[in-house]
Design a protein around this ligand. Sequence first.
Ligand code: FES
Ligand code: FES
Length: 162
Amino acid sequence: MEHALDITLTVNGTRISRRVQARQHLVDFLREELGLTGSHAGCEHGVCGACTLRVDGEIVRGCLMLAVQANGCRVDTIEGLSDSGELARLQKAFHEKNALQCGFCTPGMLLAAQDLILKGEKSTREEIRQHISGNYCRCTGYEAIVDAIEEVIQTKVTHGQG
Ligand code: FES
Ligand code: FES
């Protein structure tokens, strides 16, 4: 019989307790148990970045982390970060620069981009490319994505906006 464990974690600011299967991955727990389907399961072995989440302030691959490993952690997903407005400028820039087409990569891409923006440095295009190199996009060719992230970084550096 599958081994189950009780976990308590904070997801998008809400404390949640559940019994989970020991081998269930965090992205599957969020999607299947909590209905938070914004984090996508793509390759499911740590390559594509579609499942990118924030756990205790650090971006992680939700397909490489077990739900039980998030016990006691704070987990932020695209839903929570969108609702809080934290990603609003990035989302606007992605929209204006046509930095998404099918949108499958977009939640993970936004979290990876925000992770770079929070560092507060004036990153070059090459550094932006490097930072999102673990997030695959099959549609855009990346140029528009780099344009959008660069615009937000420049605005932040120029105006000191958070
Ligand atoms: S689904 Fe996790 S990295 Fe691809
Ligand atoms: S917009 Fe389709 S995978 Fe990136």
